[in-house]
Design a protein around this ligand. Structure first.
Ligand SMILES: [Zn+2]
Length: 170
């Protein structure tokens, strides 16, 4: 902590990808850069898989929680401090916030390598995403939430176990 972070979050990448009229992205520095066309079919596929709500790993986790009788809100909007965020899976009463992070956008160690094309664009963008994650976590914790982040490549049963541990604490 102690790092000075910008007051307003960068625009949401996944929204940018969804809306073809918004073909540029704001970096942490405030610079706006044009949205680079995907350099391969694979990149396009990854982009499509990272829409905000109802990605497959999220669906798997939600169905598992549902089968275990857990009641939650999906894509739950919270305004915490200066941060506005949609929580992927939220337990508002217990203040438990769960994010299912895409390996690519959030830079997982196993699958999150920066693409070799358009590196000048992607490296700062992916760094900005991680900074935003830190900012979101900090603001939510400050507001009394327990924040749980799970990777989309992770086992949903392990994730559900972590979530249930957190629910028991509140
Ligand atoms: Zn991964």
């Amino acid at each position: 902590m102690g790092r000075k972070l910008p007051d307003s979050p960068p625009s949401e990448t996944r929204d940018d990808l969804r809306d073809p009229t918004r073909r540029s992205v704001t970096l942490t520095s405030g610079a706006r850069v044009p949205y680079p066309e995907p350099s391969s079919k694979a990149a396009t596929k990854v982009g499509r898989a990272n829409r905000r709500a109802d990605t497959k790993p999220e669906q798997r986790l939600r169905s598992l929680l549902h089968r275990r009788g857990r009641r939650f809100r999906k894509d739950y909007f919270v305004h915490a401090g200066a941060v506005r965020v949609h929580i992927d899976v939220a337990f508002p009463r217990q203040h438990v916030a769960v994010f299912v992070d895409g390996c690519y956008w959030h830079g997982c160690g196993e699958h999150g390598s920066t693409p070799s094309r358009n590196r000048d664009y992607w490296a700062p963008k992916l760094l900005a995403n991680r900074e935003r994650d830190d900012r979101v976590d900090g603001a939510l914790k400050e507001a009394g939430w327990i924040v749980i982040r799970v990777w989309e490549h992770g086992d949903p049963a392990v994730a559900a176990g972590r979530i249930e541990d957190a629910l028991r604490k509140h």
